[in-house]
Design a protein around this ligand. Structure first.
Ligand code: PEP
Ligand code: MN
Length: 406
């Protein structure tokens, strides 16, 4: 294949109006981008990536869009999960298979107990970039921004952004996708990651996508815009708006109902059911208060979005012994609040988005095994946020199924 931006004979460069729209979107202010120390090399890498092989095909992505339309109508449930940050070191067949296995078991529990078909999207094959709350860490070093940008070791050399890592990330994503395809899970499995690092995300674009939009990313089936990069006039929203891929948008408790409607109009301009997934991550203490008006206003707009609950990112705290953690009780409470709101309003609680691993880590508190703060150091392995371990994940899926049965 010569240049994956070609598809059915059209290249983005040859389509001046579409190329202009992409350039205009990318020229807008973009939060959370690394400052590459060697901008010349960064530009070279971006050029190389433009000719890179696709990770997914537009046909697969179109099939996912069809499945997500069913979720938006209330006829299916969307399960999304995986590592907070994939790492190059953990891009191994055993790790990927363990995560696929736990997602498969969660989907089987939810589908089996609720009777609703489950659509599964793994945070995999590209979840390498992380937004950070501060540009520098406690030692004054540049923050770790995910393996696609720098390395977590606490030295200046390791933390200096290295654009060549984008090439390694692409190669790792291709390897991971090969494992996923080889694993040949019983159900279809799709992949998604945060649309964050724009130098990477602007590569591997298919022209003549599908549906009303002509541009499709070949880097993942599903892409989401995070809580820290959802500025209404920023580059991430403008770029996501151009894509045919189904898009997620994380919304925290500071979003107003009016802003939510504005997002929906921008990201679902053609009124396609399931094109936009609104991922609420309000925290267990706020969800019952903040979510109802957002759901009411968006529903009144006529757009058929998917309502997905991320019950983990609003419930992160630092333990007494210094670990970033989450308590299963808080996660379950936010989920219950999310279901209560949708039951009351008659809308479909359409999915969950969680950070999980198939490995027996000790990163989140609670669950049937009763993990306590003093247990955390034993197997605390995440590169970024704490993940539910396999047992905690399966327990959570029984709770989801119980809530779905109402
Ligand atoms: C994430 O999903 O890892 C993430 C950073 O989430 P949020 O944008 O909701 O904080
Ligand atoms: Mn995270």
């Amino acid at each position: 294949m010569t240049g994956s931006r070609r598809w059915r004979g059209t290249s983005l460069e040859a389509d001046h109006s579409l190329a202009g729209e992409v350039a205009a979107a990318l020229a807008k202010p973009a939060a959370q981008q690394p400052l590459w120390p060697d901008p010349v090399r960064a530009a070279e890498v971006v050029g190389l990536l433009h000719g890179a092989e696709p990770i997914v095909t537009p046909e697969e992505t179109a099939r996912l869009s069809g499945r997500l339309a069913a979720v938006a109508r209330g006829d299916a449930f969307l399960l999304q999960g995986g590592d907070c940050a994939e790492t190059f070191a953990d891009n191994t067949e055993p790790h990927l298979r363990a995560n696929l296995r736990v997602l498969g078991r969660m989907a089987a529990v939810i589908a089996g107990e609720s009777g609703l078909p489950v659509v599964t999207i793994a945070r995999m094959a590209g979840q390498y970039a992380k937004p950070r709350s501060k540009p520098l860490d406690a030692l004054g070093l540049p923050a770790y921004r995910g393996d696609i940008v720098n390395s977590p070791e606490s030295t200046l050399v390791a933390r200096t952004p290295d654009p060549d890592r984008m090439l390694r990330a692409h190669a790792h994503a291709a390897d991971a996708m090969a494992v996923i395809r080889r694993a040949g899970t019983a159900e279809e499995i799709y992949v998604g990651h945060e649309l964050l690092l724009l130098d990477y995300e602007q590569s591997v674009l298919f022209v003549d996508g599908y549906g009303p939009r002509r541009l499709a990313s070949g880097l993942a089936h599903f892409l989401w815009v995070g809580e820290r990069t959802r500025q209404l006039d920023g580059a991430h929203i403008a770029f996501a708006r151009l894509l045919a891929n189904p898009i997620g948008l994380k919304i925290g408790p500071t979003v107003t109902p009016e802003q939510a409607v504005e997002y929906v109009e921008r990201l679902d301009p053609h009124g396609t059911p399931g094109q936009l997934t609104l991922v609420s991550r309000m925290g267990y203490q706020r969800v019952r208060e903040v979510l109802p008006t957002i759901v009411e206003k968006v529903t009144a707009s006529g757009h058929e979005v998917i309502w997905q609950c991320d019950p983990v990112h609003g419930n992160t705290r630092i333990s007494g012994n210094g670990h970033k953690t989450r308590h299963v009780a808080h996660i379950v409470d936010e989920l219950r609040g999310f279901f209560e709101v949708h039951r009351r309003l008659g809308t479909h609680p359409g999915g969950i988005h969680v950070e999980v691993t198939g490995e027996d880590v000790t990163e989140c508190l609670g669950g049937a095994a009763g993990i306590t703060e003093s247990d955390l150091p034993a197997r605390y392995r995440t590169a970024c946020d704490p993940r539910l371990n396999a047992d905690q994940s399966i327990e959570l899926s029984f709770t989801v199924a119980e809530l779905l049965r109402g």
